[in-house]
Design a protein around this ligand. Structure first.
Ligand SMILES: [Zn+2]
Length: 413
């Protein structure tokens, strides 16, 4: 991976202008999760295909794991990370804490559900080396997901031990990844679905087995070529059909230094991820390396111009990585009975509104009423009234012109 600073800032205005003429184009999204590749390894190994995508958009380091030591702390475990991407929320909300995926809270919709609810005709697809991604995380055909149905799926080969006998060197996973990527590239080119998830696993297997090693390097080069075939399909669609394609490639977690084998904890190297995209109007949150796993869903919503109900928008833990943003990184500081709300103001000329809700009915499928506390300058700090400060649990929402940010006091009620 060659490190680039993303799109030259001087061209942002120009891109904004041509964005208007692109309004009529069909918007298509494909996101690819390459399992467990540390940013340091990706940057060291030669990855010409990812470089090519980054040259048209950007590459940046990013993070997962929620806020360490706080209510949103989220294990740096695979399925947990996928679900943070899928729902735009951390584990305290989506409730997937391990690869067992015991009780996902489907009240937090996945990007697939958001798209299908808004546009029932939208075509969706998944190509995956792990079947649970579709059956458990997306919850296909479950009453709790409104019987979400994907239009195309290819997965489950890891449980077909006749065709793919399991070997100690995990060559069967490598073979499955090859098939998944090949079929994804073919389908994308011929059918051009509106939303596609591709999941490839072999890099994680090599990481667990060998850590930082020639085997891991080889796995990264392999997966780079697989991404290349998908990128090629998209480029052909763009030329042939004039569609507007967004590709987002990322990993689900880093690995524990110095060996680069384990993950799951909150060390910097386990929390560190990266993102590669062809997006044309990446903002500073992405370019400066502050993006997180939960920012990807709001980015897709903005790319699609999808309108989301307020009650769902208020729960999203991420911020769009394209276009303008008003506020970021809210947190509560101070003594339990004298809480101060602080945040990062990005446009100080704006006013922001601060709301609070004493309940968390949303997580059980209900509705929370948000009460206006104040309209204030976007200065980055606000002292909460004592009557609210002293409560054990509440949700706060800061609403700016371009985005909102939520922060909670206390865990689940
Ligand atoms: Zn993983």
């Amino acid at each position: 991976m060659v490190k680039t600073l993303g799109f030259p800032l001087c061209l942002l205005g120009f891109v904004y202008l041509i964005g208007f003429s692109a309004l009529a184009q069909e918007k298509k999204v494909v996101f690819i999760i390459l399992d467990g590749i540390p940013a340091s390894e990706l940057e060291r190994v030669d990855t010409p295909n990812l470089d090519q995508i980054a040259e048209t958009g950007g590459y940046a380091r990013a993070y997962t794991g929620g806020k360490a030591g706080d209510y949103s702390e989220t294990p740096t475990i695979s399925a947990v990370g996928y679900n943070s991407l899928l729902t735009g929320t951390w584990a305290n909300k989506h409730n997937v804490w391990g690869n067992g995926i015991e009780a996902p809270n489907y009240n937090y919709w996945t990007i697939f559900r958001f798209l299908k609810e808004a546009r029932p005709d939208a075509q969706t697809a998944i190509f995956s080396t792990w079947q649970d991604n579709r059956t458990k995380l997306l919850g296909e055909n479950l009453p709790q997901t409104g019987y979400l149905k994907l239009d195309k799926s290819l997965d489950g080969m890891e449980i077909d031990t006749l065709t793919y006998p399991h070997d100690e060197g995990h060559l069967y996973i490598r073979a499955i990844d090859e098939k998944v990527a090949r079929e994804a590239a073919n389908y994308l080119e011929t059918s051009g679905p509106d939303l596609t998830w591709v999941y490839l696993q072999y890099t994680d297997d090599m990481g667990h087995k060998f850590g930082k090693s020639p085997e891991m390097d080889e796995a990264i080069r392999l997966v780079d070529a697989q991404v290349g075939s998908i990128w090629e399909s998209i480029r052909r669609r763009k030329v042939e059909f004039g569609e507007d394609w967004l590709i987002w490639v990322t990993t689900d977690h880093g690995r524990k230094d110095p060996e680069g084998k384990d993950h799951g904890g909150q060390s910097i190297s386990e929390r560190e991820t990266w993102m590669v995209t062809n997006a044309q109007n990446l903002n500073d949150r992405f370019l400066l390396g502050n993006a997180s796993m939960v920012d990807i869903l709001p980015t897709f919503l903005r790319f699609y111009n999808l309108v989301v109900s307020e009650k769902r928008e208020y729960e999203l833990d991420g911020i769009p990585l394209i276009g303008e943003i008003s506020i970021a990184d809210a947190e509560l500081i101070g003594k339990p009975k004298k809480q101060k709300l602080i945040w990062k103001p990005l446009d100080k000329s704006e006013k922001v509104s601060i709301y609070w809700s004493p309940t968390d009915n949303f997580s059980a499928g209900g509705f929370d009423e948000y009460i206006l506390l104040a309209n204030v300058e976007n200065s980055g700090s606000f002292d909460l009234p004592k009557s609210i400060s002293k409560k054990k649990f509440f949700k706060l929402l800061i609403q700016g012109e371009w985005n909102e940010v939520n922060v909670w006091k206390g865990g689940k009620k």
